[in-house]
Design a protein around this ligand. Sequence first.
Ligand SMILES: Cc1cc2nc3c(=O)[nH]c(=O)nc-3n(C[C@H](O)[C@H](O)[C@H](O)COP(=O)(O)OP(=O)(O)OC[C@H]3O[C@@H](n4cnc5c(N)ncnc54)[C@H](O)[C@@H]3O)c2cc1C
Length: 507
Amino acid sequence: MGKRINNIVIVGGGTAGWLTAGLISAHHKKRGANGLNITLIESPEIPTIGVGEGTWPTIRKTLSRIGLKESDFLVACDASFKQGSRFDGWISGDEKDSYHHPFELPISPNGSDLIHAWQKFAPKKSFAEAVCVQCAPALKHLAPRQRSMPDYAGALNYAYHLDAVKMVNLLRCHVTKNLGVTYIEDHVIQINGDKDQDISSVTTRENGNVSGDLFIDCTGTSSLLLGQHYGVEFIDQSHVLFNDRAVVTQVPVNENDPIASETISTAHEAGWIWDIGLQTRRGVGCVYASKYMKDNQAEHILRSYIRDEDVDVRMLKFTPGHRSHFWHRNCLAIGLSAGFLEPLEASAIVLVELSAEMLVMNLPMNRAAMDIEAKKFNALFTYRWARIIEFLKLHYVLSRRNEPFWRDNRDPETIPDQLQDNLTIWEYRSPSQYDFEQASEVFPAASYQYVLYGMGSKPLAYPPQESVDLEVLKQKMQNVVRKQRSLAAGLPTNRVLLAGLGKEASN
Ligand SMILES: Cc1cc2nc3c(=O)[nH]c(=O)nc-3n(C[C@H](O)[C@H](O)[C@H](O)COP(=O)(O)OP(=O)(O)OC[C@H]3O[C@@H](n4cnc5c(N)ncnc54)[C@H](O)[C@@H]3O)c2cc1C
């Protein structure tokens, strides 16, 4: 059977460390009595990343499982509702060039039906606007839910924009107080165990050795355990995804300003700008490729975008890529320690959630089971990183912009083979669920449809299936318009809903 897994040690207390601690401890609460101890060590010397993050709808289930009330979370984390992303200037760079990637699925899973219905009944509308209730201009700045709805439920699918530093503070407090996680605020200075053996303990500066059976590396880009101790290879992806820097800032907002429901992503000559609306500020960042743009040019683009020459900005550098595998012996990396690509489509925190969820569901009871679980984990997450890289690259490949950064992004040498194959077949048919192997894909066929058709691609042939009843399709599209109207009439704005929660909390 091997040694029983009783002690889990998480090194690192950023978003990855605390979400993982919360999910394991909430799920295995009852095992506590049988001896499952979770310890989280967080360095007081190294700050966590927090730029104003966008998330994915999975975050609602994650927070609910951890046992947080939605209103407490929204108030504590300066959070707002995210219903998808809007991409401005990505197609040709024209002023009016804009498309949406909403979280709601389209009216039919069959892409051919959708294309046919769109072309026949609403050719003047954008694809997403014609086939999805979520992105009509009427829904601008509206919340996806009413106040009276149960926690984490909505009239429309949604995630959040949030202040990750505040989320870490909330999670730390909740997870240590209510879920029994032991917290050590200290800096890890040494990893103990031969490189071809399991890790036995980590040495902290003030608290000596902390032993464990399973170590979770959440140390951010330093990847102290998996990368530095075990030397697990980093697979650099900068030949596919060129962006490697971001200059970021915060823009205060007035308390009555509307709060955007989407992440607004505006392309520039060598990257793009994110604009994320929180309750009290906007998080804005200019992402760029240092090979194509100097730091001062990026800063200038950011300052022009926010129209402020004096605001403080800070620069973050990253190498897009990931480790060759994520679980090695008794060490699993989650978060930036496993890898980071770029913030487009907010794929980082969702990968933390999915990693922690798989660990929680398949937590090995003993050492003999661990290598088998590790193999399964590595296979699934190797697949997930590859699909995310392809999906992010899709946004660049389809662009018709003509600056060197964009032209080079279309060079076939930089396009992963599977994406290239898919692009070839998607000239004739729409992305379908059979193009993707997993039941729960991070980006399903619908996401590809929104980006492909949002950016102007159209399959050469899109015959309606014989079984398709044109009347049914027409009715579904009319229902989209009706539902958009009723949602617009029945939903409060983000600002009104969030201000109400804030007032309740302060009373
Ligand atoms: C520019 C940028 C924009 C981003 N935007 C988004 C977004 O929109 N959506 C999204 O999902 N994600 C986004 N991310 C990623 C997201 O911020 C991170 O994935 C997420 O915060 C998880 O970070 P982490 O916990 O892995 O690492 P960090 O936040 O870096 O935390 C690392 C932790 O490890 C601790 N640590 C390090 N060394 C030691 C040591 N020796 N001893 C003890 N503790 C140690 C630190 O103290 C810290 O607590 C963005 C990232 C960047 C860089």
